[in-house]
Design a protein around this ligand. Structure first.
Ligand SMILES: [Zn+2]
Ligand SMILES: [Zn+2]
Length: 365
């Protein structure tokens, strides 16, 4: 997110590596494995890493960026530096259902007939499109794979969030574009031709990658582990210097707890020598980074409890505006605050009721 006054007040913190502008130069981070940076402009992010896994058939790529013409140009440019063209990409691996990760997949599949690999629960739109006012917070948690509940959750933009806030509608231009794309039948969401599950082995890039299902940031998040060389493609699950957004609008009853379990799972993967994240630089200490991310959330939970003591019974929005800086206020901040409050409630450290206006009111102990 742009900082309006950065020229007047030099930032006290250096730029996070995940914010760095995409570099044109590609780099070989392991034998037959290239890091290619694609440009994105999202809050706190300046690039996404597309990894190219080279083999005798051409290349598999991981997370090919946004569904935009400029991204497509960047893909062609980065591949060309490795002597490749889009038609040489035989497999596209998508770590999770966010547009900066799957956006280039549909185009690559169209150009080269590439296989599209993602977790079998891959689904875009669940967390971004809420809420039918008839769907209660309990319905949402219990919905799971229930299609009827899912359809109802997807029913509208302009309804309330489970905690009673107003869900902001995406800009009209974007809604019309999506509607048009759907009408024309070429959605930017790729068709997953090879759905995978935990423990499956994917043979690409002269390596055998073990699929690890790591829900939390999204339900369908996967990491890929090469035990032979100790390589770990971590997607957004474990990033070097920022923590991924944990949405309260997940089907999991306790998304934060789900994320903790997935961090424990990643930390327990033996002998990882190099972590290849979707944003930022490759790094080495996977258990250490998993531990630090958990500690960040434990600190946040303590802060939420302290805020609760200051505020007394309060809405999710009120909690979020104490927890986050004003420039971050909004639905994403509320969603993450809601995930933390629900985690506390399920641990017996908070109580909740719905007030007459339909807002959830939390009280921490
Ligand atoms: Zn993501
Ligand atoms: Zn991401």
């Amino acid at each position: 997110m742009a900082h309006a006054h950065s020229h007047e007040h030099p930032p006290t913190k250096p730029t996070k590596q995940e914010q760095e502008t995409a570099q044109r130069e590609i780099s070989e981070v392991a034998p037959n494995l290239l890091r290619m940076q694609l440009p994105i402009m999202m809050p706190g992010l300046g690039h996404v890493n597309m990894y190219a896994l080279l083999d005798e058939r051409g290349a598999a790529v991981v997370d090919p960026g946004l569904p935009t013409p400029s991204n497509w140009k960047a893909i062609q440019d980065r591949l060309a530096q490795a002597g490749l063209r889009p038609k040489h990409v035989h497999t596209v691996i998508v770590t999770h259902s966010h547009p900066d990760h799957f956006g280039g997949a549909a185009r690559l599949a169209k150009e080269s007939g590439a296989e599209v690999v993602a977790h079998r629960s891959f689904r875009f739109g669940v967390m971004e499109t809420t809420q039918d006012p008839e769907v209660s917070v309990d319905d949402l948690s219990a919905a799971g794979e229930n299609d009827e509940a899912h359809r109802r959750v997807l029913a509208g933009w302009n309804h309330r969030t489970p905690w009673g806030g107003q869900h902001p509608r995406p800009p009209l231009k974007m809604r019309l574009r999506w509607r048009l794309a759907r009408w024309l039948g070429h959605s930017f969401v790729p068709a997953v031709t090879k759905p995978v599950r935990a423990g499956e082995v994917l043979r690409v890039g002269r390596r055998e990658w073990v699929i690890r299902h790591t829900p939390g940031h999204t339900e369908d998040h996967i990491c890929l582990h090469d035990p032979a060389d100790g390589l770990f493609l971590s997607g957004d699950h474990v990033l070097p210097s920022i923590t991924p957004h944990i949405s309260g609008l997940a089907f999991s009853k306790d998304p934060l707890d789900t994320f903790f379990h997935s961090l424990d799972q990643a930390a327990a993967v033996p002998d990882v020598k190099l972590v290849l994240p979707a944003h930022g630089h490759p790094f080495t200490d996977l258990p250490g980074r998993c531990h630090a991310i958990k500690q960040h959330h434990y600190d946040r939970l303590d802060t939420v409890k302290r805020i609760g003591r200051e505020l007394g019974p309060a809405t999710v929005q009120a909690f979020s505006q104490k927890l986050f800086k004003p420039r971050s206020w909004g639905e994403m901040a509320e969603s993450e605050t809601y995930a933390h409050l629900e985690h506390l409630r399920l641990a017996g450290a908070a109580e909740v009721h719905r007030d007459a206006d339909g807002y959830l009111i939390y009280q921490t102990g």
